[in-house]
Structures are given as C-alpha cells and as structure tokens.
Design a protein around this ligand. Structure first.
Ligand code: PEP
Ligand code: MG
Length: 588
C-alpha cells in the first residue's frame, strides 16, 4: 500500500530509490558497495566475525562466577542463539550477495528489519529481546572492525557508481550534522529524517550535497521499511512510500524535467554576475570541509563567504584539532581557491552542532536546558582562550598563502568585541615573535542576534566587515528553535521584523563604507534575491549548488527599480505577497 509522509522540504528535486534505514546510533557504520569478486571475501569476513563473537560468548560463559550463574548463563545462551539465528546469519549474507553491501552495512540493515519485528510482538518478554539482539550486533560490528579487509572503502559511503544497483535513499530518525558530512559524495541519492527544522545544520549539510531531502518527517523511519521503494519530493517536503506505478511515472517525468533545467542553469557558470543596470554582485560559497572548495570553484563562486570551521572540531572524542592540523586545513582551502578570498568563521559549536556524537534528543535533554542560548560560538571560544588562540594563529598562518578573512559568530556584546580584538592581537604577536609569516587579515562579525543588528553603528567602529547569518537571526528574533520541527511552521524568513533587521544591517554597513554579505540560507533562496538586491546587498554567500539559480535572478534584475520598491515591502504586513506582486507587475 502506498503511504505519504509529510515533512519539511530542505533540498529541492526528486529522488526515487530503495530505502536504507539507518539507526541514529549506527550512522557511523561504513556503507559501501563491494564488487562481484569481493563477495566471497566479504561473506568470509562476516563468518569469521560470527565465529569470533561465538568464541567470546562461550569464553564469557565459562568465566561467569558461581553465584551469578543461572541468570547470566541463560542470557549468554540467548545471545548465542540470536547469533546463529537464520534471521540474522542467513539474511545478513543475502544483503551482501544480492545487494553487494559491505558486511557492516548488511548487518545494520538486517538489524533494522528484525528490530521492527520485535517491536511488533505482543509478548513483552520477546519484545524485550530486541536489546539482546542489539548487543549481539554491536559485538559483531566490533569484531568486523577488528578485521582488516582488502576491499576498499571509506567510512560512510563511497561515491562509486554501482551499475545495475537501484538508487538508495537514506532514512533515519536523526542524523547529527557531523555524521551527515560523511555521506557527502555518497551512494545515497536522497535523505529523509524524522527530526530537524529547515535550517537545522543537518538540513544545511543535506542541502550542500544538492540532493533531495526532507527533514522533520516525524514518523518516517517507523513507517518506511528496509528496502521499500520511496520517492522524495524535495520541493513539497513529501515522502511517498511504495508508490503506485502511475505516481512513479509522474515523478520520473518530473525528475527528467529538473535535470534539464539544471543543465540549462549550469551553462551560466562562467557568466559574470552583473545586474541589468551594471552592478557587479559577488556570489560566494559556503563550505563545511576543505574538500568542498572544489565544488565552490566548479560552481563559479568568486570566493568562500563562509567556511564553517566547526566541522573540523566534531566527533573527535575530545581531541580537538591542534594549530598545525587546522593550519593545514585552512591552507588547503586557500590554495584550492587560488587567489580568491576565503572567509573562515571561527568555531561555532553548540546548539545543534555538538562537539561529540549526540542525538538532538540527548542534546536538548541531557546537556543544556536551552543550548541555542547557551555557551556556543564566540562565547565558547572566549571561554577557551588556549583553543581560540590556536585557531586564530592557524587562520593567520594560512593568510600567507592567499586572501583570508576572519569571521566571528554570534557577537552580541561590546565586551566580546574588545576580547576578540585582543585575542587577534595576541595571536599576531606570538607569530611575529616566532617569525612565522602572515598578512594583515580583516576581522568581521556575524550579525545573527537582534542585539547585534541593532548595535551596527557601534560594531562598525571595530569590525572590517559583517556577514548576516539569517538562519540564527530568524531563530533569535522570532524565538523559534531552528532545529525543532514542532515549531517549524513559525520559522518565517519573511517576518517583517526579520526583514527590517536585515535591511537595517545592510544600510548601516553601507553607510559606514564596510563590506556586508548574507551567508544564511536566505542568500541561496531565489525568492529573496531581488529583495536583498533592493536593500543594497552586493554580496551573497550560499551552497555552491545554489550559485547558478541566484545568478540567473541577478542577471535579470534592475537594482535601481528594486530599490524604489523596498519601502513598500518593509511596510507591509505580508511582505512575501507584496514582494511577489511587485515582481509580477514590473519586469526586472
Ligand atoms: C546563520 O546563522 O545564518 C549562519 C550562516 O550560520 P550557521 O547556519 O552555521 O549557524
Ligand atoms: Mg549561525
């Protein structure tokens, strides 16, 4: 039976494929395809792992102390029985043989299938055996990790096309932003998660991959079953499970149309971004990892407007990258951009970007009562002066290889400004003392808290440039958690208060003769291009995949005409409708 699940659209387009269900705790399990001639070796790996775990369990049984004997031995017997059960042993092998999954992937795929069956059992005792099964699989995964394999793989998923395989769609309850990164260049052609808002960082990383994605689909990971056929309508935010042949045909048609449109847009790659009235507009790229710089160049971006450096800091079990490691990463971006400017944002961890692997649920409930308002971004950096100093020195050192700018997230207090400037000075002094080369770098502030937008005239006395982080500006102006799907309907980039703060920030920066850009998701949304141009914005930073669509709007825009219309949009109770009506009434 066909079922529709509704969520939030985060990345456009249509994806059609088979569902791969991944438990949130197992997203770090390697997912890669193996070749035909590797199947036998992979099945042997699985068998060896099973033998190893069996030996482990038998050894444990013999070591159980007399007093605890009966219960523990019974439990270990259950584990041994589960280990050899056909449902686990044979079916896992089938995923390897028929689908060419690597052993770890096959194991977690089969675990998802059996776990569903346990969930549906009437008998409470049997239902509770799911925890035992998970423990057995955990042991098997550990045993597999200990084995070496000749089969090539990267953790996460490899990009190798596997001819003849059905496209795959990843379905998970929740994926942490850092885990999402490992799926870049992956085998998956679409993503669905139960939780998350449109500008949650998981959604942002999904969007940067330029493949259809739906988040906040609440029940999706419960409704969809391993291997179901799934359509993701990334424009409508709908997931269709087991579609009928007619619906499938309709979506295949739409998929082809979208591909044609993309090919057309891609032809604009090398066209300069200039409005009809001759204004040059800088279209820059947002990146998460040094390797993303290639996509920025490929898209025709004229620099990096936001390098989210925090992704270098995540999932490292407390071992943060030192100065040298960071320097290498920043230099790699600078060199890849080959003379184009690179804006490196100092670490912005906290809220939905934890340092270590944690689900949104754990984050909200076990860490800080209100992490988005907690010790995040520059607040954390200032609380960790040694770490901040290392990062600043690493960025400064990279400046010897090209044009680098430092961008500081979540500035709100003047006391923070003086601490930031002193930290930058200290970092320079240390490098000078050690005779390490660097050049003068501009220091900018992100405007993403209403207080900062309102303090623009004061901030402009200290900072060289500003970049408007609309994702957080909307969150903090409207008091809406951007990662919470329960209030996603109230997360409104068109809210008059948000637009007034954006307009004011651009005007203040322009009045002060300082550079201003927008690096939040608003910059990559074509619905806002004319409005932002009319407000006086000349620099937009977005995912590389969005550059062509924004350029198309820029090429058709007449900034002088747009400027005259801004007042009426800002004065309107429903700016979106006013803006759409104005754009329809006059050609731009
Ligand atoms: C923003 O808040 O708009 C922004 C660009 O930063 P991030 O999305 O990483 O919080
Ligand atoms: Mg932000």
């Amino acid at each position: 039976m066909s079922i529709q699940v509704f969520g939030l659209p985060v990345s456009r387009g249509v994806a059609i494929g088979r569902a791969v269900l991944v438990a949130s705790s197992r997203v770090d399990v390697a997912h890669y395809f193996i070749d035909n001639d590797q199947i036998e070796a992979e099945v042997t790996r699985l068998r060896d792992a099973r033998n190893e775990v069996a030996a482990e369990l038998v050894a444990l049984k013999s070591e159980v102390p007399e007093e605890a004997h009966a219960e523990l031995v019974a439990l270990l017997d259950v584990h041994l029985m589960l280990l050899h059960d056909e449902m686990l042993a044979d079916a896992t092998k089938q995923w390897i043989v028929e689908r060419h999954y690597n052993a770890e992937w096959a194991m977690s795929a089969q675990l998802e299938v059996i776990a569903r069956q346990f969930d549906e059992m009437e008998d409470e005792y049997l239902r509770e055996r799911k925890a035992d099964l998970e423990q057995v699989v955990e042991r098997l995964l550990k045993a597999l990790a200990r084995q070496t394999t000749g089969n090539s793989h990267t953790n996460g998923a490899n990009a190798r096309d596997f001819a003849g395989e059905d496209p795959l769609i990843l379905v998970a309850s929740d994926i942490a932003p850092a885990d999402m990164l490992q799926f870049k260049r992956s085998v998956f052609t679409g993503f669905v998660t139960d939780v998350g808002g449109r500008t949650s960082h998981t959604a942002i990383v999904a969007r940067s991959m330029d493949i259809p994605a739906v988040v906040g689909a609440r029940e999706a990971s419960r409704i969809v079953r391993q291997d179901d056929w799934v359509i993701i309508d990334g424009d409508a935010g709908v997931v269709i499970v087991n579609p009928s042949p007619i619906v499938l045909e309709e979506y295949r048609f739409r998929q082809r149309q979208i591909e044609l449109e993309r090919a057309k847009l891609n032809r604009l790659r090398h066209t300069p971004s200039v409005t009809l009235d001759g204004q040059v507009i800088d279209l820059l790229a947002n990146i998460e990892m040094p390797s993303d710089a290639a996509a920025a160049i490929e898209a025709g971006a004229v620099g990096v407007g936001l390098f989210r450096s925090e992704f270098l800091f995540m999932n490292r079990n407390g071992q943060l990258p030192n100065e040298e490691e960071q320097f290498q990463a920043y230099r790699a971006v600078v060199q890849a951009m080959d003379g184009l400017p690179v804006t490196i944002r100092t670490v912005d961890v906290g809220a939905d970007k934890p340092l270590d692997r944690m689900s949104s649920h754990e984050l909200r409930h076990e860490h800080s009562l209100n992490p988005a308002l907690g010790l995040r971004a520059i607040r954390w950096s200032l609380a960790e002066p040694e770490m901040f100093g290392q990062q600043l020195r690493a960025i400064l050192r990279a400046s010897a290889y090209g044009k680098v700018r430092i961008l500081v997230p979540m500035v709100a207090h003047m006391s923070e400004v003086s601490q930031i400037m002193s930290a930058v000075e200290r970092a320079k002094e240390r490098l000078r003392a050690d005779a390490v080369p660097f050049t003068e770098v501009e220091v900018g502030a992100m405007i993403e808290i209403p207080a900062a937008a309102l303090m623009m005239p004061s901030l402009m006395r200290y900072f060289d440039f500003v970049s408007i982080g609309t994702n957080d500006l909307i969150q903090y102006t409207l008091a809406i958690d951007r990662a919470d799907e329960a209030v996603a309907h109230l997360y409104d980039p068109w809210h008059p208060a948000v637009l007034q703060l954006v307009e004011r920030t651009i005007a203040c920066a322009n009045d002060a003769g300082k550079a201003v850009s927008v690096c939040g998701e608003m910059a990559g949304d074509p619905a806002f291009t004319e409005l932002l141009l009319g407000m006086g914005l000349r620099s937009f930073s977005m995912h590389p995949a969005q550059v062509a669509a924004i350029k198309q709007r820029v090429l058709r825009a007449d900034v002088r005409a747009l400027r005259a219309q801004i007042a009426s949009v800002l004065a309107s109770d429903s700016p979106q409708e006013t803006c759409v009506a104005l754009l329809k009434s006059k050609p731009h």
